[in-house]
Design a protein around this ligand. Structure first.
Ligand code: UD1
Length: 386
């Protein structure tokens, strides 16, 4: 067995981002240890992705579960630390910007284990966004950084991080997409959901700045209801995250949505189904980071319920419109998208996405950088000068 790499995951997007890296590490005979914090625990938020990507089950499942930010991060630090002390990996990979990621990075860096941030350097420069806080902390305590885009790379340099520890790798979500492209193309959305291609939008919404503010959430939902009333031949397929489901019930909005007959509420779907649904849709409505990028890769228009995005290239190319929670902007953008063309899946857009996110070889570059880091960055047991 080769060197030992621990990968700490805990949420749905972290599994997607890490899967290509885990596969490449295994192919290159590294010993891997998958540590699952348990932040996401429902089948459709967690296990389904292990099955779809065919990656080994976690070596450790820490059962953190839901709770406040302080609770989640604190428990992740404590429990990941225990595992790392026992496991003694040569390097720890921390993907993304979740509470699991920041907790794991703190545990690992504090133990002086080489800590690598997968998806480093993303910024919207809003210090009040939970994920932004996590990203900043992780980037500034990690020893090696894998930037998915040019913008991310430049952000890290601008923040004074040493150039030699930053690697412009491309994006592992593009690796995942290219690897499973055929599987995505095999699912027939009409047979499975009775949905006619190009006759529906897909929607996901789960960020706290939208779900946890009743007025913002109401404005978004009302915009959709107004649009759907006018276009009764178009559906909005709303894949409801558990956080959002809780809020819709709590605020009494679920009834309002159920009255609109062309808004379809469904539990979250796995990777293959989600991408198939987006691929065949008119457009995607979302506040997720990863899904803005996936729409771009698929050449599908995206409407984002945020005022800023870390995936600036999607806006520059013109496939992503930031509408915040502004009803007028939401309706106007929906109208614009349906008026353009019934089928504008754009090969040129997909080709551009390849240019921005690498060529599907990000995980190869990451594994090379991991090898470099293990040989060039001080190992955990070495005594260093204070
Ligand atoms: C987390 C990440 C977010 C990421 C998202 C992907 C942080 C700060 N946020 O947000 O960046 O985009 O994951 O989905 O880490 N719940 C369930 N079942 C589950 C998981 C959650 O019912 O398997 C419910 C619980 O009520 C929980 C709520 O969803 O309180 C929120 O879950 P949490 O893990 O705190 O954050 P997410 O909103 O999922």
């Amino acid at each position: 067995m080769g060197q030992k790499i621990s990968i700490v995951i805990g949420t749905r997007p972290q599994i997607i981002k890490s899967a290509p890296v885990i596969k490449t590490l295994l192919k290159k005979n590294f010993e891997t240890s998958i540590i699952h914090t348990g932040q996401h625990y429902d089948y459709e938020m967690n296990k389904i992705f292990f099955e779809e990507f065919n990656i080994p089950d976690p070596d450790y499942y820490l059962g953190i579960g839901s709770g406040s930010h302080g609770y989640q991060i604190g428990e992740v630090i404590k429990r990941v630390e225990e595992v790392l002390i026992k496991d003694k990996p040569d390097l720890v990979v921390v993907p993304g910007d979740t509470n699991s990621a920041v907790g794991a990075a703190i545990a690992s860096a504090k133990l002086r284990i080489i800590t690598a941030h997968l998806e480093a350097g993303l910024r919207i420069y809003n210090p009040f966004m939970q994920e932004e806080m996590n990203r900043r902390i992780i980037d500034h305590i990690s020893h090696v950084l894998f930037a998915p885009t040019n913008y991310a790379y430049k952000n890290l340099l601008q923040e004074g991080i040493e150039e030699n520890i930053i690697f412009l790798t491309g994006d592992t979500m593009l690796d995942a997409f290219l690897k499973f492209k055929n599987r995505i193309e095999q699912i027939n959305v009409y047979e499975k959901y009775g949905l006619e291609a190009q006759k529906y939008f897909v929607m996901t919404l789960h960020r706290d700045f939208n779900t946890d503010y009743p007025e913002r959430l109401k404005e978004i939902l009302e915009a959709l209801i107004i649009f759907c009333k006018k276009h009764d031949d178009i559906n909005i397929l709303f894949l409801v995250h558990p956080r959002t489901k809780k809020r819709l019930v709590e605020y009494g909005y679920i009834k309002m949505l159920e009255k609109s007959k062309n808004i379809i509420l469904m539990p979250p779907t796995g990777y293959f189904e989600t991408l198939t649904l987006v691929k065949n849709s008119i457009g995607l409505l979302t506040d997720s980071g990863g899904m803005q990028k996936e729409a771009f890769i698929l050449g599908v228009d995206c409407i984002t319920f945020r005022s800023k995005t870390e995936w600036l290239e999607t806006v520059e190319i013109g496939v992503n419109t930031l509408v915040d929670a502004n009803a007028n902007k939401i309706i106007k953008t929906l109208e614009k998208i349906i008026s353009i063309s019934s089928n504008r899946r754009r090969k040129d857009v997909q080709e551009k996405a390849m240019k921005y996110y690498g060529d599907g070889e990000a995980s190869e570059r990451i594994v090379k950088a991991i090898k470099w880091a293990i040989s060039n960055i001080m190992p955990q047991n070495e005594i260093f000068n204070a």
